[in-house]
Design a protein around this ligand. Structure first.
Ligand code: 5RP
Length: 232
């Protein structure tokens, strides 16, 4: 296992020690870091910890079931105590870019349905300013090129120049999200006002959600490449 994977695992172990308690309702995040955490959580459930869990993606449902965690429908769980999820980038104010795994819409819904969200990551995800990672924007399939033009204009209005936007593809086919939408990956460079941009992008007809998460995270647990982890 690579050093980075060890760091992700360390974050997953630490977040359970610090934040997960018997009887909680949990939202389980998506991506490799979250999946390490879910596998670790499975060991606690096997030892008798009682949790009610829902997930932010179909892929996380598969991982959870694989380790013996039962999944409750998001419509049935009510208010969630704590959601634990990973970022693609996070700054020291806990602003994030998410959606590298195309799960941003479900991730944002579950984060907002929770009393608290804690982000888990390895140390490579921490940045001074967001924007090195392409910003994912989830758009409906209808007239997506029109929506793309409006996204480009909104980015330009925010002083972002040299914008490159790519519809996300895999195996020469467009990626379709769990909700049936396309993803536009926007290569922006540094984003000066992520909170403002998040709101403006979501005002465009055809945009379902974007990968800026500026109000969700209440803290982070960071796994280091030496295998330790710290809480911030
Ligand atoms: C999926 C996400 C993931 O949480 C994010 O991409 C982090 O993934 P990883 O832990 O594999 O780096 O936002 O939409």
């Amino acid at each position: 296992m690579s050093t980075q994977d060890e760091a992700k695992k360390a974050a997953g172990r630490r977040v359970i020690e610090e934040f997960v308690r018997d009887g909680m309702k949990l939202g389980l995040g998506s991506g490799t870091t979250s999946h390490f955490f879910v596998r670790e959580l499975g060991k606690h459930v096997a030892s008798g910890m009682k949790l009610t869990c829902t997930t932010t993606s179909r892929s996380t449902i598969d991982v959870a079931r694989d380790v013996g965690i039962q999944i409750t429908e998001p419509n049935e769980i009510g208010e969630i105590d704590l959601t634990i999820d990973g970022p693609d980038e996070i700054d020291r104010d806990f602003n994030m870019i998410k959606g590298g795994g195309a799960c941003l819409l479900w991730e944002k819904i579950i984060a907002h349905a929770s009393k608290r969200m804690i982000t888990i990551c390895d140390e490579s995800k921490i940045v001074d300013r967001l924007g090195g990672f392409p910003l994912p924007v989830e758009v409906v399939q209808f007239a997506w090129k029109q929506t793309e033009r409006m996204v480009r204009k909104t980015l330009a209005d925010h002083g972002i120049s040299g914008i490159r936007i790519e519809r996300r593809m895999r195996d020469e086919l467009p990626v379709v999200t769990d909700s049936g939408n396309f993803i536009l990956d926007c290569h922006c460079g540094a984003i000066a006002e992520p909170g403002k941009l998040e709101i403006e992008l979501n005002r465009i007809p055809g945009v379902v959600e974007n990968g800026l998460f500026t109000r969700e995270s209440d803290g982070m647990v960071v796994g280091k490449f030496d295998g330790s982890a710290y809480v911030e």
